[in-house]
Write a protein that binds this ligand. Structure first.
Ligand SMILES: [Zn+2]
Length: 51
């Protein structure tokens, strides 16, 4: 995966900011531009902080 470890940096392919999301016990980086079709996953770590 090209965006692995690049959270917060622009995607080398489309220029979108790479996001990091935590699912269960692991986290991964993805590009909302070319990997999820513009969808942004909810970050459980963030929602936990908000509560
Ligand atoms: Zn991209």
């Amino acid at each position: 995966m090209r965006v692995h470890g690049r959270a917060g940096e622009p995607c080398p392919v489309c220029g979108e900011m790479v996001r990091e999301v935590s699912l269960a016990s692991r986290s991964f980086q993805y590009c909302p531009g070319c990997q999820t079709g513009g969808r942004v996953y909810a970050d459980r770590r963030m929602s936990r902080l908000l509560r």
